[in-house]
Design a protein around this ligand. Sequence first.
Ligand code: TYD
Length: 206
Amino acid sequence: MKRGLFITLEGPDGSGKSTQIEFLKVYCQERALPCIFTREPGGTAIGEKLRNIILDKENQEMCDMTEALLYAAARAQHVQQLIRPALDSGRIVICDRFIDSSIAYQGYGRNLGDVVRVINELAVDGCMPDVTFLMELSPEIGKSRIREDSQDRLEQEKLEFHDKVYAGYKEIAKFYPDRFVEIDAGKDKETIRDIMFSHLDRILEG
Ligand code: TYD
């Protein structure tokens, strides 16, 4: 059977991914496209439990490698249990964050470097996105959009960390120009929506 289409959304915290995912749901509904929407960390019962551990503000003592391995573990489960079966049955999978989040946040943000790519290659087992929409917004603006009392363990990190994550994203996009669609997330939400929709139109027509 023809493999489906794997689309991921990436970007700094507060870059507006959730709003765009709602637009993508409408896009798929209106065209009656077979699709699933999912997110990371999470997407499976095990992944959601791991998400709670990773993002829990109480877990301040978590070391960087533990964090990287937990994200990768949740991702391995997600790929095996949900993403690959959906793609194999010809569905479109739209995922809020995936491997590039780990490379940006743990690889660049936590300075773990290339080891993050290595453990994640094991986790994704060749299941890579076809298209990645990267919402580009400076962390200063992104962070200011999130209420302080609702920030999770990662969002609470200092601006310096988020600056490294953002620089990391830009580097990754340079490595994979064919997969990445870089979008200025400072634009209004309808403009961003239209950019994504026209890319999808082109891919689906192809
Ligand atoms: P997200 O679900 O996008 O945050 P929100 O709760 O605001 O919707 O992501 C949770 C946090 O986890 C976010 O700060 C990014 C971080 N993260 C990583 O550090 N590495 C990863 O591999 C993933 C998937 C997320």
